[in-house]
Design a protein around this ligand. Structure first.
Ligand SMILES: Cc1ncc(COP(=O)(O)O)c(C=O)c1O
Length: 463
């Protein structure tokens, strides 16, 4: 129970808690809304106001919050053993069983799991594993990494350098740049060149191949990092066939394909993993986190192939994989993940996503009659609405207008949380959402957009 008023909490927060992605100037004045309680797809602030959390926390609340069964599984593991070292020659039962389970649901020969504490560390682990693998093979010059503009891969030094969202690279931070290269994002909406989507796809594939060749070809390029659907970069769904063709290019040049499934795995698109089931490819490495525990515990997993494992663990070299975290394979986090997976299977949450995704799409697309709704895109339970000032020229509103935030502020006031990212509103709700929840989300978004349009017209726009 909170013993402080909301205002007191906000003052304490402002004084001591440095938030991720804080714009200091705004935060100093507005602070952050204290959330106290959560149940299912709802969160409650310290004033008792209820919101439907259509963001699912931060793309992670896949089974819904507040499940008694999860609390029990976590408590039981804490009572049994709250911690045990994973280093060198010790292991623990939940970590072993979870690795086996992940290997059984992962595509192809991805049978090996390295645990970390979240998505960024899963990416960092992939990055270091790639170096290790290439050096073990004697390919010491094979170090270049290619990723895409508008991608997000996390917030550690390496992960942020691999990410390509321009807004995430402010000049006050430094980045690795000598071996990391960004090619175009596969976003067709907003292209004004007049080319077809098929021509756009040909260009993207040619660009990847040209970049590999420019960097010295197969002797120099180590890996390609790609989210199946770019999430934080704006729910960008590549043209049909993109994954298959870029994967083939990677195979042609002996470039490892890293599929960053931190968001898309564990049911978000109606499958355990999207790489194979949705896009038909078997990557060399998959990174995952978020839905792996549905946010009940922090956990990341870097899942990699027999092909890589056979090389790095080859006998007779006396090699040590000198990488790891105190909390790699944390027993409580792994117990939470096992229970989370059991719940997903028992309740057929993937089936719910597959069944309701077309309805979600149809309802969201009904917003297209509004004058500032430019595009509605997504798959499964991963959606976004893109707002434009002009639907024909695709002209965007000035960034300082913060159109996504304006709309989401209205939605907040009506009891709906959507995630504003500049000119977008993004949604990734719990996978057990019902039809009536989808209706509430879309109806509330419509009202919030209409209110914003009225405001903008009062401010001199003619929409
Ligand atoms: C695709 C992707 N990769 C990696 C990350 C980083 O994960 P984490 O915030 O758990 O470190 C995120 C976070 O949103 C993500 O969306």
């Amino acid at each position: 129970m909170t013993t402080y008023t909301t205002d007191q909490l906000m003052e304490k927060d402002k004084a001591h808690f440095t938030h991720p992605w804080t714009i200091f100037d705004v935060y100093k004045h507005e602070g952050a809304l204290p959330i106290e309680r959560a149940e299912g797809c709802y969160i409650y602030d310290t004033e008792g106001n209820r919101y439907l959390d259509a963001v699912g926390g931060l793309w992670c609340n896949n089974i819904g919050t507040g499940r008694e069964e999860m609390a029990e599984a976590i408590a039981e593991q804490v009572r049994m053993m709250s911690y045990s070292s994973p280093f060198v020659d010790l292991t623990n039962v939940p970590a072993t069983l979870l690795a086996e389970k992940i290997a059984s649901i992962a595509p192809g020969d991805l049978n090996h799991v390295f645990y970390s504490c979240g998505g960024s560390t899963a990416i960092d682990t992939a990055f270091r594993l790639i170096h290790y693998f290439q050096n073990c093979r004697g390919k010491h010059d094979k170090k270049h990494i290619i990723s895409r503009k508008s991608s997000y891969h996390g917030s550690t030094y390496a992960a942020m350098s691999i990410g390509g969202k321009a807004g995430d690279h402010p000049p006050e931070f430094d980045y690795l740049s000598d071996t990391i290269h960004h090619i175009s994002a596969p976003k067709f909406y907003g292209d004004t060149s007049g080319k077809s989507e098929a021509e756009f796809l040909d260009e993207l594939v040619a660009e990847l191949e040209a970049k590999i060749v420019e960097l010295g070809g197969e002797d120099h390029v180590a890996a390609f990092f790609a989210e199946p659907i770019l999430g934080a970069g704006g729910v960008i769904i590549p043209p049909q066939g993109y994954h298959q063709r870029t994967w083939e290019i990677c195979q042609k040049y002996d470039v490892l394909y890293v599929s960053d499934e931190v968001v898309t795995a564990f049911g978000r698109l109606g499958h355990w993993f999207a790489s194979e089931d949705e896009f038909g490819i078997i990557p060399d490495i998959i990174t995952s986190a978020k839905g792996l525990t549905s946010g009940y515990q922090p956990l990341g997993a870097t899942i990699y192939s027999d092909k890589i494992h056979d090389v790095i663990s080859e006998e007779g070299h006396g090699r040590c994989f000198a990488h790891g975290f105190t909390y790699s394979g944390h027993p409580v986090a792994c117990a939470a993940a096992l229970k989370n997976i059991e719940i997903m299977e028992r309740e057929n949450l993937h089936g719910n996503v597959s069944e309701l995704a077309p309805y979600f799409q149809e309802r969201l697309e009904s917003l297209s009659d509004l004058p500032i709704v430019g595009d509605v895109r997504g798959r499964g339970f991963m959606w976004c609405v893109e707002f434009v000032a002009n639907k024909t020229s695709f002209e965007l509103f000035p960034e300082e207008l913060d159109i996504g935030k304006r709309i989401s502020n209205h939605a907040d006031a009506k009891g709906l949380i959507v995630r504003p990212i500049v000119h977008l509103n993004v949604m990734s709700p719990p996978l057990n959402l019902k039809r009536e929840d989808i209706d509430f989300i879309v109806d509330t978004l419509r009202e919030s957009i209409e209110l914003t349009v009225a405001e903008l017209n009062n401010e001199g726009y003619t929409l």
